[in-house]
Ligand binder design. Structure first.
Ligand SMILES: [Ca+2]
Ligand SMILES: [Ca+2]
Length: 208
C-alpha cells in the first residue's frame, strides 16, 4: 500500500512535469508593418506606398494619401520569424493578437472597417475612434475569426503571409500580429515520458 501511494505520487509528479514542459512549446510568430503618420500623396489611379502600407484611391476621391476615402492594404510576413520553421499551418491558434495604430481623418470613420483578406469585416472597435487623434488599438482576432479561417489565409496564396485590408478614412502607421499556437507534445517530451514510465517500472521492480 505504501509503495502504491509512492508510485501514484511519482506518476502525478511526472504528469505535472509533462504539462509544464508541453506549455513551454507554445509558439508565437510575430509580423509587423509600419509607415509614416503623414504619407506622401498621389492622384488616382496612382497609389501611395507608405512604408509597408499601400494606399489606393478611387475615381471619385482622387487624392490618395490624405486618409480620406481610400483603401489601405498590407501583408503580415511571418516567414522571417526565427520560429517560423517550427510553426505549422495545421496547428490550432490559441491567440491572434492584432495591434493597429491609426489616425482617423474624417467623421466618416463611423463607416470604416478592416479584415483579413477574404474574411468578414471587423467594424466595432474602429468606428468610434476620435478624428485627428493617433490611437493604438489591440484586440484578439479569434473573437472575430476561427483559428481555421486565420490559418487558411496563412497557408493560402503565399505560405506564411496574411494579407490585410482597411477602408477607408484613416492613415495606418503601424500594425502587428502575433500568432500563438496551442502546445503540442514534442518528440523530446514523448521520449521523456517513455523514460519516466521505464523509471517507474524499474522502481516498482526493485520494491517488489
Ligand atoms: Ca483620399
Ligand atoms: Ca469611412
Amino acid at each position: 500500500m505504501k509503495f502504491m501511494k509512492g508510485s501514484l505520487l511519482s506518476t502525478i509528479f511526472l504528469l505535472l512535469t509533462l504539462v509544464v514542459l508541453n506549455n513551454s512549446y507554445a509558439l508565437t510568430l510575430s509580423a509587423s508593418a509600419s509607415g509614416e503618420l503623414i504619407p506622401g500623396t498621389a492622384t488616382y489611379p496612382n497609389t501611395v506606398t507608405n512604408g509597408d502600407f499601400m494606399i489606393t484611391g478611387n475615381h471619385i476621391a482622387t487624392l490618395v494619401g490624405n486618409g480620406i476615402d481610400e483603401y489601405t492594404t498590407w501583408v503580415f510576413d511571418f516567414t522571417s520569424d526565427t520560429d517560423y520553421g517550427a510553426f505549422s499551418a495545421t496547428d490550432t491558434l490559441t491567440s491572434a493578437w492584432l495591434t493597429l495604430t491609426l489616425t482617423p481623418k474624417t467623421g466618416l470613420i463611423t463607416t470604416d472597417s478592416m479584415r483579413i483578406n477574404g474574411l468578414p469585416v471587423i467594424t466595432d472597435i474602429i468606428q468610434s475612434l476620435a478624428v485627428g487623434v493617433t490611437t493604438t488599438i489591440e484586440f484578439e482576432l479569434l473573437t472575430y475569426y476561427t483559428s481555421d479561417q486565420i490559418m487558411g489565409e496563412f497557408a493560402s496564396s503565399v505560405l506564411g503571409e496574411i494579407g490585410m485590408f482597411y477602408q477607408d478614412d484613416a492613415i495606418l502607421s503601424f500594425a502587428s500580429l502575433d500568432l500563438t499556437t496551442a502546445p503540442v507534445p514534442e518528440p523530446a517530451t514523448m521520449l521523456l515520458f517513455g523514460l519516466g514510465i521505464l523509471g517507474l517500472a524499474g522502481v516498482s521492480r526493485k520494491n517488489i
